[in-house]
Design a protein around this ligand. Structure first.
Ligand code: F6R
Length: 256
């Protein structure tokens, strides 16, 4: 796990955007795995700017989002389809038919989850997966106790996650859905490369447990320790509880 600590979220997002750009320049038809939420907005803004300047094109890129709330129609302003359209897809030259987001309203959701996995496989697998992290250590919506080998399925959100996400629902936790369709931890670990972003003190504990604690289903993000190609982009507050913080900075400053 390579841990890259920046002064602020903007600098960290710029570094992550550069990594996404390098991936697309190396393979125009890259398959990206994407996250939603507050953390990735800066990254998506930078990618939109790069695309606008003609530095990178998403014309041949395919995308697969991690998750969607169960029962949330794509047209709802709080759906992750709406989020992605607003913060990224409407600002880049991606072909909308190449963008995939789980359908939280699928009639047979179990069968749908299997289809979603198959679609990822048919596209050749995810080249680069973008992740945020929940304050409870989740990745995607794989909440604590999720199997480290899990595949796309429905998960029940913790009260903590629903409280964290209530800010997108006017602060009303009762409006935050209870369930989400999410790629599994096994699905995420199949990606060839993973970028995880985390900002702010509220993520410091989860980040430390992810990177320096034991690999455990209690902290789903700790499964990333098993992946050979993970880059973690942090600001100073999110890095504040890392015991080996000085070493990570030393490694980055002396990169071969
Ligand atoms: C969203 C997702 C979640 C978020 C995480 C952090 O698609 O998969 O794991 O990345 O909850 O959310 P923010 O960035 O809003 O703190």
């Amino acid at each position: 796990m390579e841990i890259i600590i920046s002064e602020n979220p903007s600098e960290a997002s710029a570094k992550a955007a550069e990594a996404v750009k390098m991936q697309i320049l190396a393979k125009r038809s890259s398959v990206l795995g994407l996250a939603t939420g507050g953390t990735v907005m800066g990254l998506y803004g930078k990618l939109a700017e790069m695309c606008g300047r003609g530095e990178v094109s998403f014309k041949k890129v395919s995308t697969f989002n991690l998750d969607e709330y169960v029962g949330m129609p794509a047209s709802d302003p709080n759906s992750y389809r709406s989020f992605m359209k607003k913060h990224l897809f409407s600002k880049i030259d991606v072909d909308p038919s190449n963008t995939h987001i789980p359908d939280g309203c699928a009639e047979n959701i179990r069968a749908y989850c299997v289809q979603y996995e198959n679609k990822i496989r048919l596209c050749g697998g995810i080249d680069l997966q973008v992740l945020g992290i929940g304050s409870d250590g989740h990745i995607g919506f794989n909440e604590p106790s999720s199997s480290l080998g899990s595949r796309t399925r429905v998960k029940t959100l913790t009260e903590k996650t629903r409280a964290d996400n209530s800010r997108f629902f006017g602060g009303d936790i009762s409006k935050v859905p209870m369930h989400a369709v999410t790629m599994g931890i096994g699905t995420i670990l199949d990606s060839r490369e993973i970028l995880l972003l985390a900002f702010g003190e509220g993520k410091a504990e989860a980040v430390a447990r992810m990177a320096e604690g034991p690999v455990t289903a209690t902290v789903p993000a700790s499964a990333l320790q098993l992946h050979p190609n993970v880059k973690v982009f942090l600001d100073e507050p999110a890095a504040s509880k890392l015991v080996n913080k000085a070493y990570y900075k030393y490694v980055y400053a002396n990169k071969p």
